[in-house]
Design a protein around this ligand. Structure first.
Ligand code: MF3
Ligand code: CO
Length: 254
């Protein structure tokens, strides 16, 4: 493994390890996708993630990470990210929920999240969820070796803005693989041409947080984790883990 600045360039063996971790991570999200429904609590999702991850010989990365109390983040409606699963949060028709799953397998980390629309969801929330998903595709079109990472962040910002939405500035993506959070820090409001030059073997997340209203947010003082939109409007986020290859990119978890 090489280091360029503070960014790790993974070896083929390490990439293979992260790939396996990512496959488990994706399988856990697939399980959530096929079981989520109105009437369950977010605590139940936490239990699914624990059970499914353990059944594949892996460990949920969030559990006890810097004191995080659960195995997965579940962020409902106006929660931007880092929502804590609870038996008191019951999913109901019209909700939108982000489920953010991160896995450690054999010492290798992967990270991805999806949005779920519970039952019939209003047209404006549905559009937010769709645009947040499309923002990942728009960003991926700018993920190319030997180009600056800021081209990706810029493209996402411009796309979200063109749809009437804002992008959270202070919380970004991150390198991942040998640790949960590595260099580089990844912005989704970056100027074109800015940031690290992407090199084959880099692994990082694309996970823009797209707000329907203002990009401002605050952190719950009680639990120290839950991030809410400042204006109470909905927020949506999808996340993938990608590796840079000699000719483009490979998605390691989605
Ligand atoms: N999966 C989140 C991320 O994308 C991690 C949140 S930290 C936790 O970075 F402790 F809340 F899990
Ligand atoms: Co992440």
């Amino acid at each position: 493994m090489l280091k360029v600045g503070n960014v790790l360039i993974k070896s083929p063996a390490q990439l293979e390890g992260i790939r396996k971790s990512g496959e488990i991570n994706t399988a856990v999200l697939d399980y959530v996708s096929s079981h989520i429904r109105a009437g369950i609590s977010t605590e139940e999702i936490d239990q699914w993630v624990q059970t499914q991850t353990a059944s594949m010989g892996a460990v949920p990365a969030p559990l006890h990470y810097e004191g995080f109390p659960k195995s997965v983040c579940t962020s409902l409606n106006s929660i931007v990210c880092h929502g804590i699963p609870s038996k008191d949060v019951i999913l109901k028709e019209g909700d939108i929920l982000n489920v953010d799953v991160s896995t450690i397998y054999n010492g290798y980390f992967s990270d991805a999240s999806r949005m779920f629309c519970i039952g019939e969801v209003s047209a404006d929330k549905k559009r937010l969820v769709r645009v947040a998903k499309e923002a990942i595709q728009v960003g991926l079109m700018e993920v190319k070796p030997f180009r600056p990472i800021g081209n990706m962040g810029h493209a996402i910002h411009m796309y979200a803005q063109s749809q009437g939405y804002s992008v959270v500035e202070e919380i970004g993506g991150h390198g991942v693989g040998l640790e949960f959070h590595e260099e580089p820090w990844v912005s989704y409001v970056a100027p074109r041409g800015s940031g690290e030059i992407l090199l084959p073997g880099m692994v990082f997340t694309i996970e823009p947080m797209i707000n329907m209203g203002s990009p401002d947010f605050y952190v719950d003082e009680q639990d120290g984790w839950t991030v809410y939109t400042g204006d109470g409007m909905p927020s949506a986020q999808w996340e993938v883990t990608v590796a840079i290859t000699p000719s483009g990119y490979e998605i390691l978890s989605r």
